[in-house]
Design a protein around this ligand. Sequence first.
Ligand code: ADP
Ligand code: ADP
Length: 217
Amino acid sequence: MARFYVLLGPPGAGKGTQAKVIAEKYGLVHISSGDLFRENLKNQTELGKLAQGFMTRGELVPDDVTIAMVRDRISRPDCKKGALLDGFPRTPAQADALSVMLKEFNSKVELVPLIDVPTQELIERLSGRWTCRAQGHVFHEKFNPPKKAGICDEDGSELYQREDDKKATVENRIKVYTEQTAPLIEYYSSRKILVKIDGTKSIGDVSKELLAAIEKA
Ligand code: ADP
Ligand code: ADP
């Protein structure tokens, strides 16, 4: 059966960083809804134009649009063995929709690791984050610097600072997370598939804890 995992956690918790590690280790596709939106933005598609304002303000893109985009991605043949979802679902309505679409593939969410990091640390992480233009690899100027400033270690593409990583927008994104996404902790916890991971440790130690949780599931 296909294996689907959902990485949950506030903006800056380390979801993207860890998703790359886990996806590579298990040969799973990494689906980041934020990356999908940014790709659409770059190509100025209708979807990108629609999402732009919400993203700049640090608000959620409406559920119907987001769900349709992820459904389209999950339906592709490369997801037959499963996928690691990063940044989706972000609302209970999205979580319900995910469960319905996975049922269509005779599958379900296997485990939801919650990467837990206190708010104070999130602001420092996001204000020093550098993102790769080509494939969304992430670095941090202090905590995980690239070998060469401004260049991605993995694919040599340019690194840039996201517009929505500015302090004012970050604060709004954290508020939006608390109000609209944090209810998913109870949602998945009541379904007995949530596992809490201490996200304040080093990147390597968080990976170890995550891999151990997946092995145990
Ligand atoms: P981060 O990883 O830093 O939390 P993302 O890259 O996941 O941020 O998301 C960037 C922006 O894209 C969000 O602030 C939101 O506007 C939009 N977005 C991403 N995923 C979703 C989603 N599942 N539902 C609604 N909006 C989303
Ligand atoms: P998310 O996808 O949850 O928004 P990212 O994976 O993009 O988070 O990480 C946010 C920032 O924090 C990046 O600059 C990343 O390099 C850095 N980071 C990720 N994990 C850690 C960690 N365990 N300790 C310190 N910094 C981290």
